[in-house]
Design a protein around this ligand. Structure first.
Ligand SMILES: *Cc1c(COP(=O)(O)O)cnc(C)c1O
Length: 479
């Protein structure tokens, strides 16, 4: 081997040396030893490969120990972070499926903590002193809130749709409008869920128009149900027609079929008085006479991930008996969080302030402007002319397949941090602690104020400070 190279390789520190090095004491303290050893071995291996691969003229004369220690420290710090962790959502999309959808209300969090840290009556009937059902805890509350006869909660709405179709229509036909054959989030596609459930999908109508007679003509002795799907993440605009729910229900009754609806978002309140588009509520769907209404727990409802199936006593009883219900059962943390969230809906004003999803969606522009001015001032105080920040009008979105065409008026801060280009700043902000997920729009970097509140400002400022600290110092004024 080239003697210069073997000299460099001999200068590589040993694992033990690194484990004792004062420069690494802090990051090492935060990491279990075996994990630390694995990270150090990995970095040493990488370093060795780099030295061997470098052409002789590109090799450093001496091994750069300080540089290597900084690299190891960074790798140790990264390994100490959990993979799933908090971020700041500055995208303006409230129910952002990639960023965890809904934040939970305070009382939901405390109820989850209470149930998680103690034994509970999850499947225990306290009155009789015998085995109970986890499915009984939420039914009374859901009846009270929506007027349904019976309710079942499962792991998520895709699971609820699968369970409903499998229970009610396996080997039989389900009629659905072509205008409602949706895909959600790239993984939930109605035709595929239908196939997985064993039900036979029968499409009727056209993409933009489906009439009642289209459904009626498709009914055969093999038909089990008519399914309506809320096209929650898109709109067909213009020359369109879908059948109204009461007409669909009447048709189902006439032929002794079931009428089902996948509502997607699951809104319990009419949010149109707050400037949001009117979304059909769960109560309206049930009042129209549907046999079963399905929706998510963590979209507009603002609770934990869950799928809710509400409807007639007979239909829900059939769902309960399907072995799939066992496979899709919600855990106790979900039930605790969902019950606490639903309780807030007993008083509408409380729901609107205590449930973060609803609070974020209904915050006034005046409030966003105040928040934006405060945050911009704090940035100016810290970094003066190094940062350029402007408050501007923006469009936020509810997201999560809710109110698709509705963009929500919002306010955003446009950030410039020279010499970084906006896309470079966006990438840097994703690496801070916590990461800040911003939005790039027309080549500018935006922090949309609708999706984070003042409580997050200290974390946001400290994360942004990490980026500022890596930039060259400002040039001294000449003179
Ligand atoms: C979001 C959505 C689903 C899937 O719900 P998950 O809770 O994410 O499983 C199904 N149908 C519709 C119409 C939706 O909007």
């Amino acid at each position: 081997m080239d003697p210069a190279l073997s000299r460099l390789l001999r200068q590589l520190p040993a694992v033990d040396e690194l484990l004792r090095h004062p420069r690494l004491a802090a990051p090492l303290a935060a990491l279990p030893r075996p994990l630390a050893v694995a990270v150090i071995r990995d970095r040493l291996g990488e370093q060795r490969r780099r030295l061997v691969a470098a052409p002789p003229q590109a090799r450093p004369p001496e091994f750069d120990l300080a540089g290597f220690l900084a690299e190891v420290a960074q790798a140790l710090e990264a390994a100490a972070l959990p993979s799933l962790r908090r971020v700041i959502n500055a995208t303006g999309v409230i129910i952002h499926t990639n960023l965890g959808r809904s934040l939970l209300a305070e009382n939901a969090l405390s109820q989850i903590l209470e149930v998680a840290s103690h034994y509970s009556n999850l499947e225990y009937d306290l009155a009789r002193g015998e085995r109970g059902s986890r499915h009984d805890h939420l039914e009374g509350l859901l009846k009270e809130l929506t007027g349904c006869e019976a309710a079942l909660v499962v792991n998520n709405n895709a699971g609820a749709v699968l369970l409903a179709l499998n229970t009610l229509a396996q080997g039989r036909e389900v009629i659905i409008s072509r205008g409602q054959l949706i895909e959600i989030g790239g993984s939930f596609r109605m035709p595929e869920i239908m196939a997985a459930s064993g039900a036979l999908m029968k499409e009727v109508g056209t993409t933009n128009k489906t009439h009642l007679r289209d459904y009626e003509k498709a009914i055969t002795s093999e038909t089990a149900a008519l399914l309506k799907v809320h096209p929650s993440n898109f709109r067909i605009v213009g020359f369109t027609r879908e059948v109204d729910t009461p007409d669909l229900v009447a048709l189902a009754r006439r032929y002794d079929l079931l009428a089902l609806e996948d509502l997607g978002s699951g809104c319990l309140l009419d949010l149109s008085p707050y400037g949001l588009e009117k979304e059909p509520t769960v109560q309206e769907s049930l009042a129209a006479g549907l046999d079963l209404v399905l929706f998510s727990g963590d979209k507009l409802l603002g609770g934990p991930q869950a799928g809710l199936a509400l409807g007639s006593r007979e239909v829900v009883a059939r769902l309960r008996q399907n072995p799939l219900t066992r496979a899709l059962r919600p855990d106790k943390l979900t039930l605790a969080g969902l019950e606490a969230t639903l309780r807030l809906y007993l008083e509408e004003p409380r729901a609107l302030t205590a449930i973060p999803t609803l609070r974020l969606a209904t915050r006034s522009l005046g409030e966003l402007e105040r928040q934006g001015r405060n945050l911009a001032r704090a940035m100016k105080r810290r970094w003066g002319d190094r940062i350029k920040v402007t408050l501007k009008a923006s469009e936020a979105r509810v997201g999560g397949g809710s109110l698709p065409s509705a963009s929500l008026p919002s306010r955003a801060l446009t950030l410039e941090l020279p010499p970084l280009a906006p896309h470079e700043l966006e990438a840097r902000l994703r690496q801070t602690h916590p990461p800040i997920i911003a939005r790039l729009e027309h080549g500018a970097l935006l922090l949309d104020l609708r999706t984070f509140e003042a409580e997050e400002h200290p974390a946001l400022l400290s994360a942004l400070g990490e980026v500022v600290a890596t930039l060259p110092p400002p040039t001294a004024p000449s003179g």
